[in-house]
Design a protein around this ligand. Sequence first.
Ligand code: HSE
Length: 412
Amino acid sequence: MTVVKVAILGFGTVGEGVYRTIQSHAEELQAVIGKDVEVAAVLVKNKEKARDIHKDVLVTTNFEEIIQLPKLDIVVEAIVDREPTFTYLKRAIQRGCHIITANKEMFAHHGKELLELAEKKSVSVGFEATVAGGIPVIQTLRQLLQVNRISEIQGILNGTSNFILTEMREKKQTFTESLLQAQKNGYAEADPTNDVEGFDAFYKTMILSRIAFGEEPDWPEVERQGITSISSECIAAVEQVGLRFKHIATISKNGNQIIGSVKPVLVGKDHPFYHVEGVENAVNVFSDIVGRITLQGPGAGMFPTASAIIEDLVYVSLDHKVKRSFTQTTAPLSEQPEEQNLNCWLVQGIDKSLLYPQWKILSEPAEGFLIVEAAKKDLERLAKDHPTVCYFAILDGEFEIASDKKEAATVS
Ligand code: HSE
């Protein structure tokens, strides 16, 4: 029987998870692919470190030794940073290998180039693990929603941020304690700034945008905010009124315009993301034929990420060429009125004398916190003049503004 030879670049949480899963699920892989899957080589930073890797596997710090192996079918990349990973993967494609990556930062920057090169070389690219950990959102969009016209994708896309927000609320832990736990659990990036400042979710959102719409918004136009401005007091205050913080990424198409944002918002009990807790991620896809689909599952960690990579391994081994690099909706979607400005907001650190007369105070959940009905542009102006004021949109729940009222406000 022929063998599929795999090299794994990186042996951190993700690389080790892939190696172990190839051993533990050898029988299933063999049954689906019809060939044995064998790890031929692993690229590591430090060769001396003790690792549980079979003696027949080449363990090396030198990529050249891997790319020159006499037989190599698939290169799995589980490192971080844009370089040298991009160069390694280009070399692997040029050699005729299929590639699989979990590196969202690199793929958000260079995915288009890798896909184009792969098409020229007639090999496949798997990137399921770049978005939402173990949730098969990429394959769902790429293979199962090819005709539907997608209008919006909304998601909790960073497991670390969601884990921290949950720990701070449930266990009354500090931000620092919760982040440390996320790092211990293997959820956080090597540089956790990427997680807590929203960069990781931003890269994932750009990858989703390209799949859903065939293009991305201008990156500087995308509002990106992390979770570091959310204090324990703030979390406790909103709990009094039945709200929870969720870090939500949104990408939508309005007419021909792609609009994106990545930021913390407040949701009430009726919102599908209210109960998405801990390291879980969730993705809502809105499209014209099927309506709304919600996918939910573990967003980070050794085996959820390995699961995404192993499923990609089957996908590329079966030689699924993607004719179009990404699923596309080139038809302009019907244009909706401009996003309504009137909304409910949690405002922190505001002196009541600064409130605009037209704003309505709906609740004062704790000292220093107000829930107000206000226009976004007014709040933006106020926060610009008073930088200690911060505010978060309330998406759903008791404080949601009825859509007819919003529409009336838009028209007036
Ligand atoms: N650091 C990432 C997260 C890993 O927490 O979501 C999975 O992409």
